[in-house]
Design a protein around this ligand. Structure first.
Ligand code: BGC
Length: 748
C-alpha cells in the first residue's frame, strides 16, 4: 500500500517537474506563437518582476535577437520571448515590408519613397502616411517598424538615397518627426536609422566615416536630434559603418553620450543587421539589442559576463530598456491583430502623398496641363515597367501598381496604342512574362533596356497623329550598391538621348509638345538635354498610384506643389563629394575603407550657394501651374525667438499650394558659415486664385547656432542676420533683418 502511494507521489512529482520544465522551455526558448492567427502564449509580467528574477542566461538572451522572424513571414527579425512577449520588427520606409505571395496575401501599401515624401514639404500629410504604415504594421502583427531613414543626401548617387529624405537636416528632421509621430500613434514603435553618417552603400559594413564634430552635429546628427526630441521614437538603429575609427554600434560617445545624455533618448538602440564586430563592446557602448542575432552571440555575452569582461550592470541596463519597450508593445497589451488593414483608405493616402510630392521641373509656355482628352504618344519602357519604389530592405509588396500607361488610359487620355504595344511587347520579349509581376509585387532588378526602339519614320507618323509626346525615363537603385557615374545612370544612355532627340525633332516640327517624365530614384544630369523638351515632370518613385498621379498632373486635376529636397547638379564635377575624393588621395574609389567628409558642413545647397556653383535645379525648387506672390514681411526678435510673418497670395489662374521657405544668412564671425541655411518652412493650404494665406513662423535663437569646435560649444554669434523668404533657395522674394546683440554659447 505504502509502496504504491510512494510510487504514485513520485510519478506525480516527476510529471509536475517535467511539465514545469517544458513550460519554462516553451516560454523562454520558443516564439510566442502568434503566427498569423494573432495568438500569444506568453502572459504579461511586470517590469520589476521580470528584472528581479532574470538569470544571467536570460539576460544575455534578451539582448540578442532571434534571427529572421518566424512569426510574420518576410519581416526582418524578432526579439527573444524571454519571460516577456517577443517583438517583431519589419522594414520600411516606403511601407511595411512583409511577404505577399500568391497563396498568402499580406499586401502592404506602397507609399511614395521618402525622398518624395520630403518633396511634399508637408509634415501633416507625412504624419498621416506614418499613421497608415503604423496601422498596417499593427494589423499584420509587426511591433517595431524599422523606419524612417534619416541619413542625408550627401552623395547624390548613394544607392539608398530614395529611402532618405533630403540633403538638409531641418527638412529631414521635421519630416522624420512627423513620420515617427504618425507611426507611433498606432501603438507600433518607430526606429530612425542608420545612426549615423551612413551615406553610401559601397563597403557600408566596414567603411570608416571620417567627419568633423562640427559637420556631425550641424548636419548628420541634426535630423536624429530633431526626431528624438520632437517625436520620442521607441528605438534607434545604429549604423553599419565606423564613425571616426569606431563602429557606430560600438561607439559609446555616439550611443550614450550624445544620444542619451545630451538628447535624453530613453528607448532601445538596436544594431543594424549584423553590424559591428564585438557584441560585448556593443552592449558596453549602449547598443542594447543585437540584431538579427544568433545563439553564438548569446553565449559570447554570457561567457564575457561570467568572466567579468562584461559588467552585469551594463547588461541590466540594456535588459531594462528592452523590457520597458516590450511592456509598451501591442502583444504585451494583448492586442489581437486582424491581418486585414484598411488598404482601401491607405491607397487614397498613397495617391495624395504622391500627388503632393510631384516636382514640376520645367513647363515652357504652359505645356502642362494638357487637354484631358489629348492624344498622347508615349515612349519608353517605363510606361510599362513603371517603378514604384527602390530595391532591398526598402522594398514593398503592394496589392497593385498603376503604371504610367494604365494611369494615362484610365484618366481618359487617348493613348497611341500602337506605339505603347511596341513597348509592351518589347518588355515582355526581353524580360519574360513573370518579370512584371515580380517587379511590382516582389523584387526584381530591371536591367536597363533600349529606349529608341521605333524608327524615325514611325516617330514621324506618331507626331502627325498625336497631340503631344510623353517620354518616360526610369532609374532604380537599392540597398547594397551605389549608383554609377555612367551613361544609363547619372547620365542618359545613348538610346535615351537618341529617343529624346528624335521625338523632339519630329514633334516640334509639327508644333507639338514633348514632356519628359522622370520616374527616378535620385538626381540625374539634365542640362545637356532639357532644352530639347518642353516640360519635365519629376515623379520620383511614387508608390503604387504612380500612373494615376502622373495622369492627374498631366490633365491638371493635380497642380504640382512638390519642391526639391535635394539639389540637381549641373554636372558631376560640380558636386561637393566629387572634391572630397580629391582631398583624401590614396583611397580607392572602388574599395574605400574610409570615406572623408572633408566638405564639412558644405553639403548640398550649403555648398552650391557658398561657393557660387550654379545647380541645374536648386534645393527647394519646383514650379506650379499658378503664380504665387509673397508680401508684407515683418521680422521681429522677441526674447529667445525670431518671428517672421508674411503673406502668400495666389495671383494666378489655378488653385494651388505653395511651399514658403525661410532661410537665414548669419553675419561673418568667428566660425565660417554657409551662405544661408533653411530655418523654417510652411506649405500653404490649397489657395484658390485670389486667395491669400498669412504665415507666421518662429525660429528659436538657439537654432541659429554653429558648432564651435575650438570650444566644444554651440555658438550664436552677435551681429545682423538676414531672413530670406523664398519659393526656393535661389528664388528669394522677401528679406528682413534682426540683430543678436551679444553672442550666446551653450553646451551640446
Ligand atoms: C538594412 C536596414 C534594415 C535591416 C533589416 C539592413 O541590411 O541596412 O536598413 O532595417 O537590414 O532588414
Amino acid at each position: 500500500m505504502t509502496g504504491l502511494r510512494l510510487s504514485t507521489v513520485l510519478a506525480v512529482l516527476v510529471i509536475a517537474i517535467l511539465s514545469l520544465y517544458s513550460w519554462l522551455l516553451l516560454n523562454t526558448m520558443k516564439p510566442a506563437g502568434r503566427g498569423v492567427e494573432g495568438q500569444r502564449e506568453i502572459k504579461p509580467t511586470s517590469l520589476e518582476e521580470i528584472l528581479g528574477s532574470l538569470t544571467l542566461e536570460e539576460k544575455a538572451s534578451l539582448v540578442v535577437g532571434w534571427g529572421w522572424s518566424r512569426r510574420v513571414p518576410g519581416s526582418a527579425g524578432e526579439t527573444r520571448p524571454v519571460r516577456i512577449t517577443s517583438m517583431v520588427t519589419a522594414d520600411g520606409p516606403s511601407g511595411i515590408r512583409i511577404e505577399a505571395t500568391k497563396e498568402q496575401k499580406w499586401y502592404a501599401t506602397a507609399f511614395p519613397v521618402p525622398t518624395m515624401l520630403a518633396s511634399t514639404w508637408n509634415p501633416e500629410l507625412v504624419e498621416a502616411v506614418g499613421r497608415a504604415m503604423g496601422e498596417e504594421a499593427r494589423e499584420y502583427g509587426v511591433d517595431i517598424f524599422l523606419a524612417p531613414g534619416l541619413n542625408l543626401h550627401r552623395h547624390p548617387l548613394c544607392g539608398r538615397n530614395f529611402e532618405y529624405f533630403s540633403e538638409d537636416p531641418l527638412l529631414s528632421g521635421k519630416i522624420g518627426a512627423a513620420y515617427v509621430k504618425g507611426v507611433q500613434s498606432t501603438g507600433v514603435g518607430a526606429t530612425p536609422k542608420h545612426f549615423v553618417a551612413n551615406e553610401q552603400e559601397i563597403n557600408r559594413v566596414v567603411v570608416d566615416t571620417i567627419v568633423s564634430e562640427r559637420a556631425l552635429r550641424e548636419i548628420y546628427l541634426k535630423p536624429f536630434e530633431i526626431v528624438i526630441k520632437e517625436a520620442r521614437p521607441w528605438a534607434v538603429m545604429s549604423a553599419y559603418n565606423k564613425l571616426n575609427g569606431k563602429y557606430c554600434s560600438q561607439n559609446e560617445w555616439l550611443l550614450t553620450k550624445v544620444l542619451r545624455e545630451e538628447w535624453g533618448f530613453d528607448g532601445i538602440v538596436m544594431s543594424d543587421w549584423g553590424a559591428g564586430d564585438n557584441p560585448v563592446e556593443q552592449i558596453k557602448a549602449g547598443n542594447d539589442l543585437i540584431m538579427p542575432g544568433n545563439d553564438q552571440i548569446v553565449s559570447t555575452l554570457l561567457q564575457a559576463a561570467r568572466k567579468g569582461e562584461l559588467n552585469e550592470l551594463d547588461l541590466n541596463r540594456s535588459v531594462e530598456r528592452i523590457v520597458k519597450v516590450a511592456e509598451n508593445s501591442l502583444p504585451y497589451k494583448g492586442y489581437n491583430y486582424s491581418n486585414n488593414p484598411d488598404l482601401e483608405s491607405h491607397a487614397k493616402l498613397a495617391y495624395e502623398a504622391a500627388a503632393e510630392g510631384v516636382v514640376l521641373l520645367k513647363n515652357s509656355n504652359m505645356t502642362l496641363p494638357l487637354k484631358p482628352s489629348a492624344s498622347l504618344a508615349v515612349f519608353g519602357t517605363g510606361q510599362v515597367e513603371t517603378l514604384k519604389g527602390g530595391m532591398g530592405s526598402g522594398h514593398t509588396h503592394p496589392r497593385y501598381v498603376v503604371t504610367v500607361l494604365q494611369g494615362l488610359r484610365e484618366r481618359g487620355f487617348r493613348v497611341d496604342e500602337e506605339l505603347s504595344s511596341i513597348y509592351e511587347r518589347y518588355v515582355i520579349e526581353k524580360r519574360g512574362k513573370e518579370f512584371l509581376e515580380k517587379l511590382f509585387y516582389e523584387e526584381a532588378y530591371p536591367e536597363p533596356l533600349l529606349q529608341d526602339i521605333v524608327s524615325e519614320d514611325q516617330v514621324r507618323e506618331f507626331a502627325e497623329r498625336n497631340d503631344a509626346a510623353v517620354i518616360v525615363v526610369t532609374r532604380i537603385s537599392g540597398e547594397g550598391w551605389d549608383r554609377r557615374l555612367d551613361k544609363g545612370d547619372f547620365y542618359l544612355s545613348d538610346s535615351e538621348r537618341r529617343l529624346i532627340e528624335t521625338v523632339s525633332r519630329f514633334f516640334h516640327a509639327k508644333g507639338k509638345k514633348v514632356i519628359v517624365v522622370l520616374n527616378i530614384c535620385g538626381p540625374i544630369e539634365v542640362v545637356s538635354w532639357r532644352d530639347l523638351v518642353d516640360a519635365i515632370v519629376l515623379i520620383w518613385l511614387p508608390g503604387q498610384e504612380a500612373g494615376r498621379v502622373l495622369a492627374d498632373v498631366a490633365n491638371g486635376k493635380v497642380n504640382p506643389s512638390g519642391k526639391l529636397p535635394t539639389t540637381f547638379p549641373r554636372d558631376w564635377p560640380d558636386v561637393p563629394v566629387a572634391k572630397s575624393y580629391e582631398c583624401y588621395p590614396g583611397v580607392p574609389v572602388e574599395n574605400p575603407q574610409r570615406v572623408m567628409y572633408c566638405e564639412g558642413v558644405y553639403v548640398g545647397y550649403r555648398y552650391y550657394d557658398t561657393f557660387g556653383v550654379e545647380p541645374a535645379y536648386e534645393f527647394g525648387y519646383g514650379l506650379s501651374y499658378t503664380t504665387f506672390e509673397y508680401r508684407n514681411l515683418s521680422v521681429s526678435k522677441e526674447g529667445d525667438a525670431v518671428k517672421a510673418s508674411f503673406e502668400v497670395a495666389n495671383v494666378g489662374q489655378y488653385p494651388g499650394k505653395e511651399v514658403a521657405q525661410v532661410y537665414v544668412r548669419a553675419p561673418r564671425g568667428k566660425v565660417d558659415k554657409p551662405f544661408q541655411e533653411l530655418k523654417a518652412f510652411r506649405k500653404t493650404r490649397l489657395l484658390l486664385p485670389g486667395e491669400v494665406e498669412k504665415i507666421e513662423l518662429t525660429i528659436s535663437v538657439n537654432d541659429l547656432a554653429s558648432f564651435d569646435e575650438s570650444e566644444g560649444m554651440w555658438l550664436v554669434e552677435a551681429g545682423e542676420y538676414e531672413v530670406r523668404i523664398g519659393a526656393s533657395s535661389r528664388d528669394i522674394r522677401l528679406t528682413g533683418r534682426f540683430t543678436i546683440e551679444n553672442s550666446i554659447t551653450f553646451k551640446p
